[in-house]
Design a protein around this ligand. Structure first.
Ligand SMILES: [Zn+2]
Length: 408
């Protein structure tokens, strides 16, 4: 094996992630690759004019763009021209024209940061971003965030509480009625929904109160079991989704959010099922009868923590997303990140089964596992063994299994 192969046996994304960390984080690295974001980088968390005026109609995105101040999403930018989660550092660099696709962009970052690299053609004259704003959360910030979470927690009730009818209706309407195995998914009778208000360039972000809605509130727990954030689904009294811009939101997270997950169901047995999203997680529990944890989004899947003391086998129920045209890979984001998780868990010693819905068109978002479970009547089948065998028929390659040889 050559020196290069032994040295870089990790995936490109893992290697780049480590290089970025040792270079002081994404806010520094972005500034070294391009000057486009300098004004936003200079005041992370504050709104500035969007550097991509062409993505906006009238107004050109004046005072709409900012880098997040949430340490768990370092380097992500948010703007009205983007979807709710904003854009990742790599997506921003591609949008800026630093590279034409994901892989090329990662290689450019790698070359820029790798100490052994001979072609470091980057803006090295640029002084690193002053990171006063971007340090770890202060004790004060942590106290404020914890207070907000505690305030929500105080009014949460279980699914079977008389007032929790909207939650029961929400799941029943989807064909996946809840029962006593539902774990960290609770009901809140009335949560405020805030939306971003229009502000001038350089102003701090402002919020307006849109209304108060019943909500399904799920707890993210860190490795050590602490509640580090809440996921909220805003609904109506009749169990339909609330008419708001973002039906699903998370709060500001506490330290330990990275790697955290929502425990949807916890049962006996050493198999854990992992999904993206609360409803899909519950559908998978109804089908398998087993423990389920859900990640916040596909990009948080690769770091999801699984306790070796509790589980031997992890079944990953992947989405089948259309390929992202900005990335040089055949697979969409959902399955890409789910596969990263599968690979990591296998190296940690878990047996892993990878389930991805088959028969989806490559260019549009196809059925996910909740759709398959409900539409194919899987829950009408008697016994979880037959249900799982049936689901395998709808999985790519009947599900991909990687088992460690445990024979003595
Ligand atoms: Zn914009």
């Amino acid at each position: 094996m050559s020196r290069d192969e032994t040295k870089y046996e990790k995936s490109l994304s893992e290697t780049v992630e480590e290089l970025v960390k040792s270079a002081g984080g994404w806010l520094n690295v972005i500034g070294r690759m391009t000057s486009t974001f300098d004004s936003a980088l200079g005041r992370a968390g504050k709104l500035v004019d969007c550097p991509f005026a062409n993505r906006h109609k009238k107004g050109g995105g004046r005072g709409k763009f900012r880098f997040t101040d949430d340490l768990n999403f370092e380097g992500r930018a948010i703007c009205t021209c983007m979807q709710a989660r904003g854009m990742s550092p790599v997506e921003l660099l591609i949008e800026d024209g630093v590279a034409t696709n994901w892989t090329k962009c990662m290689v450019k970052i790698f070359n820029a940061l790798n100490p052994d690299s001979c072609h470091r053609h980057v803006r090295r004259e640029v002084a690193p971003v002053v990171r006063t704003f971007y340090r770890e959360l202060t004790q004060e910030q942590i106290v404020v965030r914890k207070e907000k979470l505690t305030l929500i927690a105080r009014d949460l009730v279980d699914f079977n509480h008389p007032t929790a009818e909207p939650l029961r209706l929400y799941f029943a309407l989807r064909g996946i009625p809840v029962n006593g195995n539902l774990k960290d998914v609770k009901f809140h009778p009335g949560l405020k929904y805030w939306a971003d208000a229009d502000v001038q360039d350089g102003e701090k972000e402002k919020k307006v109160l849109v209304g108060i809605f019943p909500a399904i509130v799920s707890a993210f727990r860190s490795k050590d079991g602490r509640v580090v954030n809440f996921h909220r689904i805003f609904i109506n009294r009749d169990g339909t989704k609330a008419k708001v811009e973002e039906v699903k939101k998370i709060c500001s997270s506490m330290p330990g959010f990275s790697g955290s997950s929502i425990t949807i169901a916890k049962t006996e047995g050493r198999t854990l099922n992992v999904t993206e999203g609360v409803e899909k997680g519950w559908a998978v529990h109804l089908a398998t009868g087993e423990s389920v944890k859900a990640a916040y989004s596909c990009s948080s899947l690769p770091k999801l923590y699984v306790d070796k003391a509790e589980y031997d086998h992890v079944v990953i129920w992947s989405d089948c997303d259309p390929a992202n045209p900005n990335r040089n890979r055949q697979s969409g984001d959902g399955q890409y990140f789910a596969w990263e998780l599968a690979r990591r868990l296998f190296t940690e010693g878990f047996d892993v089964t990878f389930m991805m819905p088959a028969g989806n068109p490559i260019d549009v978002k196809g059925r996910d596992w909740e759709d398959v479970i409900v539409q194919e009547g899987v829950l009408d089948l008697e016994g979880s063994y037959y249900r799982f065998q049936t689901l395998k028929q709808y999985a790519v390659k009947g599900g991909v299994e990687r088992l460690h040889n445990r024979a003595a």
